[in-house]
Design a protein. Structure first.
Lengths: 405, 291
């Protein structure tokens, strides 16, 4: 039944019809900001493509479904999108559990390609199909769990020269997956975390955890969690006074809402991400940032979700231009794009290959340092790490405090 | 030693928050044998309202506090009338669901008005850390401890030194006999519910600078604070203060000396153990029934 439906959806519609790209994500509920940011990324890309005449003379169209961040509803929404709406490609939902639920459907039943954004669970891409050598319909633009841990640990150990690392992670799934990956990477480098602390949802005081970090001589706190508890960590850190232990986190909190909640307390803290909209930008990206502000008259909720969704649609259009509108052909063509200069991702090697469905590699990830409310990319030169508030101005940071040098 | 004292000091401040919220559970239980299971969301509403009054409108906190308390007390009286009393009258236990439903309604309502991102409320006595030697606290933490203690002293005074308070205890002891004595038990019920909601709002106002405010802030806090009166005994306000502070301290010490991951597990295990031996709570009087 599903296979028959998939076969039907694979029949190319008459020329002149729009070509549909689907997205099912949280459009209502507590995390709907991410759903809307992904939708905006898709919309801006589709507008740009259609303004130039579409793909092979056909206009693109975005079809949105609300999955309320609920994997069961994601599955239902994917059924609808693929069987009834005839979408030929999908931008992945904002929930890792949702994507894990639809991965076998996409690979075994529907055979429709999806580019994941925002979700970082490693297993979405390294799935059953990949393991058994079948065609893998799942791709990703954005952070992925194991890569992010490698990047965070390697940056601190190799670039900042810090080896006494204290882990401070959320006791929920996201934090504990991070904790496992960080511990693994540290072990690969012959290191052990000097402290390994957790916190619960809603914790407001981190005195015990931070005192233990200090006693253990941690040079840096490595965090996996959410904004609210991160602010509690900042407050306690300030309370316990100098010397404050430097703080670095996964991209979970690297959004403008962090500064809104923490203000100056976040000054000098560092997070990983794949993109930042603050500080000097390449002209292509600046043009899109300006277009976003003009079209929506608002600030970004999550720049990475927007840019990755934008790039996902752009990559689909490149693949369709080359291979047509049949989902399996689009999938195959995604593995053949030789290089890409996009809004978020800029690579001069193939974006995806048969064996690598992660668009971002460790080289494409970045650290951002919160500086006066801006999330500024950390660069390196002979003098060490620095941030660039405006073109040509380098402000070096002390790798042992993350403060100004 | 410094390590332990630092943790204990901050634990007391955390525990004061639990105690302050916990009073709300005790008040309605004492006044009408009802628990407001959505109390955490009243705390949230108090915090959100504080954000609007104090941060957005720039009102003085001395003005914002009474507004929050009066507004939520009034809303509490209304909610009692329409979501609790009808069920009590009908002898139904559906008020359990109704109090929770009102709380869930508040979350959606708050998301519509204030959005979902955590919002910041600056401390009412400033943000400068207060240091004594090796120890440090935020002024807001000291203020919370002071206010919590004041609330408990006030409550004690009310219960034992005022006629109104004695009447309140009489209703709690036996509403039917109290009615025969000329006390309007129904009005006391409405008042105790309103007062609990108003106090919840006040707790929200006090914790806002420490926790950040967002529509979900009441869920965990309401649940944790619920442990305190269960441990202490629902009708034992002095015990609630002691247990609340102790709960905060034990949490800190477990995180400090064992592992933060086992903290909530240990707390729950301890609660079950205590209730096994003292079902009426540590400070509750065993209820004697004459047959």
């Amino acid at each position: 039944m599903a296979a028959a439906a998939a076969a039907m959806s694979a029949v190319p519609a008459a020329a002149g019809d729009t070509v549909k790209i689907g997205f099912a994500g949280p459009m209502t509920g507590p995390v709907s900001a991410f759903g809307h940011e992904i939708e905006r990324g898709m919309d801006v890309a589709v507008e740009a493509i259609n303004a130039k005449g579409g793909v092979r003379g056909r206009k693109l169209e975005v079809v949105i479904r609300d999955d309320e961040f609920d994997p069961v509803k994601t599955v239902t929404a994917y059924r609808d999108l693929i069987e009834r709406q005839d979408v030929v490609a999908l931008v992945g939902s904002a929930n890792s559990a949702s994507m894990l639920a639809v991965t076998p459907l996409l690979n075994d039943n529907y055979k429709v390609p999806a580019i994941c954004v925002h979700t970082d669970a490693t297993a979405i891409i390294h799935n059953q199909a990949e393991a058994s050598g079948r065609d893998n319909y799942l791709f990703r633009l954005g952070m992925f769990g194991s890569g992010q841990a490698d990047f965070l640990v390697d940056s601190m150990v190799k670039k900042f020269g810090l080896t006494k690392i204290g882990l401070l992670t959320w006791s929920a799934g996201y934090g504990q997956i991070g904790r496992k990956e960080l511990t693994r990477r540290l072990a690969e480098l012959g290191l052990k975390p000097v402290a390994d602390e957790t916190f619960e949802t809603g914790d407001t005081d981190m005195t015990a955890q931070l005192l233990k970090m200090k006693e253990a001589g941690a040079q840096v706190i490595m965090h996996y969690g959410t904004i609210k508890e991160a602010v509690a960590i900042f407050e306690t850190r300030q309370k316990l006074g100098d010397p404050m232990i430097p703080f670095v986190s996964s991209w979970g909190i690297a959004v403008p809402a962090l500064w809104k909640a923490a203000g100056d307390l976040a000054e000098g803290t560092i997070d990983s991400n794949v993109v930042t909209t603050d500080g000097p930008q390449p002209p292509e990206r600046q043009a899109i940032i300006d277009a976003y502000h003009k079209k929506y008259n608002r600030e970004f909720d999550d720049p990475a979700s927007f840019f990755d969704a934008y790039d996902a649609v752009m990559l689909f259009s490149i693949a369709m231009d080359k291979a047509g509108f049949e989902p399996a052909a689009i999938r195959a063509a995604l593995e053949q794009i030789p290089s890409y200069r996009g809004a978020g991702l800029v690579v001069d090697h193939p974006v995806f290959t048969k064996d690598r469905h992660e668009g971002y590699s460790l080289d494409d990830m970045l650290l951002g340092r919160w500086t006066n409310g801006k999330f500024l990319r950390v660069g390196y030169d002979a003098e060490g790490p620095f941030v660039m508030p405006s073109e040509g101005v380098k402000k070096h940071i002390d790798p042992t405090t993350f403060g100004p040098k | 030693m410094v390590f332990a004292l630092q943790i204990i000091l901050n634990g007391v401040a955390t525990g004061a928050v639990y105690a302050l919220v916990a009073v709300g559970y005790s008040l309605t239980f004492t006044g009408m044998r009802v628990l407001n299971f959505g109390l955490g969301m009243w705390v949230m509403l108090g915090g959100m309202l504080t954000y609007t009054l104090y941060v957005l409108w720039g009102l003085n906190i001395a003005l914002a506090a009474p507004i929050v308390i009066v507004a939520l007390t009034g809303l509490g009286v209304i909610c009692e009338r329409f979501t609790v009393r009808p069920f009590l009258k009908a002898g139904s236990e559906a008020w359990v669901m109704a109090t929770l439903a009102v709380g869930l309604l508040f979350i959606d309502f708050a998301e519509l008005i204030w959005g979902r991102d955590p919002l910041r409320v600056p401390g009412y006595l400033g943000q400068a850390v207060v240091r004594f030697g090796a120890f440090a606290l935020y002024p807001q933490q000291i203020l919370i401890v002071a206010c919590t203690i004041a609330v408990f002293f006030g409550l004690d005074f009310f219960y034992y030194r005022t006629l109104f308070g004695r009447a309140f205890r009489a209703v709690a002891y036996d509403p039917e006999v109290a009615e025969l004595m000329g006390i309007d038990a129904r009005r006391f019920a409405a008042l105790s519910y309103g007062a609990a909601c108003g106090l919840g709002g006040f707790a929200g106002l006090m914790v806002a600078p420490i926790t950040l405010v967002d529509p979900q802030m009441g869920t965990t806090l309401g649940l944790k604070a619920f442990v305190v009166p269960i441990l202490a005994g629902l009708a034992a306000p002095r015990g609630i203060l002691v247990c609340g502070l102790a709960y905060g301290v034990v949490e800190g010490l477990v995180s400090g000396y064992l592992f933060s991951g086992v903290r909530d597990m240990l707390a729950c295990a301890l609660m079950i153990l205590i209730l096994y031996f003292r079902p009426e709570g540590l400070f509750g009087a065993p209820s004697v029934e004459r047959i």
